[in-house]
Write a protein that binds this ligand. Sequence first.
Ligand code: NAD
Ligand code: TYD
Length: 337
Amino acid sequence: MKILVTGGAGFIGSNFIHYMFEKYSNYQIVNLDKLTYAGNLENLKDVEENPNYKFVRGDIADPELVNNLIEEEKPDAIVNFAAESHVDRSILEPDAFINTNVVGTHNLLKAAFGNGKIRFHHVSTDEVFGSLGPNDPAFNESTPYDPHSPYSASKAASDHLVRAYFHTFNLPVTISNCSNNYGPYMFPEKLFPLFITNLIEGKKVPLYGDGRNVRDWLHVRDHCRAIALIIHKGKIGETYCVGGACEKTNKEITYKILELMGKGEEMIEKVADRLGHDRRYAIDFRKIKIELGWEPETIFEDGLKNMIEWYKNNEIWWRKIKSGEYQEYYEKNYARR
Ligand code: NAD
Ligand code: TYD
C-alpha cells in the first residue's frame, strides 16, 4: 500500500509514520508537510533513509501542488493530519486555521476525487462537539457539532466537507474524531510537554483559570493504532470517535506531573483563563470498540512516566524547538516544492 500522509512532520503524523513502518514495513509513505513552526523533520530522522519513505515540502492549501503530487504519486490512500492545531494560536491568528484546515482539506478532497476517487481518511478532533457539562454523557458519533474556538470551527468545517464529498461524489472517506493525545514528539506549546520541559528548566507551569477543565487523554500510539485500523477495516462513509476513557482535570494532570518529577506545588503559576475555554471533553468509543475491536491500551500513568523519560532523554530535541534553532535546520536543507 502507498499512503500519502499530510502533516507527517508534526506530533501525531510523525508518530503515525513510525507506527506504520514498524507494523507494515513494506508500505510506502509519502509525507507532504509545509514545515510550519509545528513541523519538525528531526521527528523523522530515523526513517529519512528508508527507501519506502519520501518527504515533500509543500502546502496543502496550494491546489496545483496538491493535485500534481497526487497525480504523480498515485497513492492508494491519503491520511490527512495537516492542520493548524493549537487553540491558543487560533484565538490570536485565526486566518491560517481557515486556510490550512478548511481550504487545504478541500484541495485534498478535490485532488483525491479527480485522481480516481482515492481512499481518504481525515484525522479530526473531539473539539468539534463543543463543551460538556459535568454530568453530560460523553460525545459520540451522533453528537451535534457545536465548535467554540476558531480551531474547532475550522476542523468542523473540514469534517463537513469530507462528508459532503462522500455523499455528493462517492469519495471513499472515513473520519476519526479523537480526544486529546499525549506522548513523544509533542510540540512544547501544549499542556503536557510545556509543563514537563518547564520543570526540567526550573521554570513554573502556567495553569489556566481554576484548572478544573476536563480533557480525555489518550496516548498517541493508541490513536495511531486506531487510524491504521480504520484505514484497513473502517466502513466507508463512517465516522469513528476515539478516546482514552481517561478524563482528568488540568489540575490533576499538573499535580501528577509535579509528583512524577519530584517538584512541589510552588511551581504552579495560576494565569488568566483561555478565552472561551471549553469546560469538558469526553469520548464514548463504543462504536470503534464494537465494530473494529479497538480500545486504548496504554495505562495513563505508564504513558505519562514514559513521556517524562522521553523528554528527559531528548533534551536536544525540545531545546532546539524552544530556542527556534530547529527551523534553521530545515530552512537550509529542504526547498519548498
Ligand atoms: P501538529 O501541529 O503537531 O502538526 C501539524 C503538522 O501539519 C505540522 O507538521 C505542520 O508543519 C503541518 N502543516 C500545517 N499546515 C500545513 C499546510 N498548510 N500544508 C502542509 N502541512 C501543514 O498537530 P498534531 O497535534 O500532530 O495534530 C495532527 C492532526 O490531528 C490535526 O489535524 C489535529 O486537528 C488532529 N488532532 C490532534 C489532537 C491532539 O491532541 N494533538 C487530538 C485529536 C485530533
Ligand atoms: P492544550 O494542550 O492546548 O489542548 P486543547 O486545548 O486542544 O484541549 O490544552 C489542554 C488543556 O490544558 C486545556 O484545558 C488548556 C490547558 N492549558 C493550561 O492550563 N496551561 C497551558 O499553558 C496550556 C498550553 C494549556
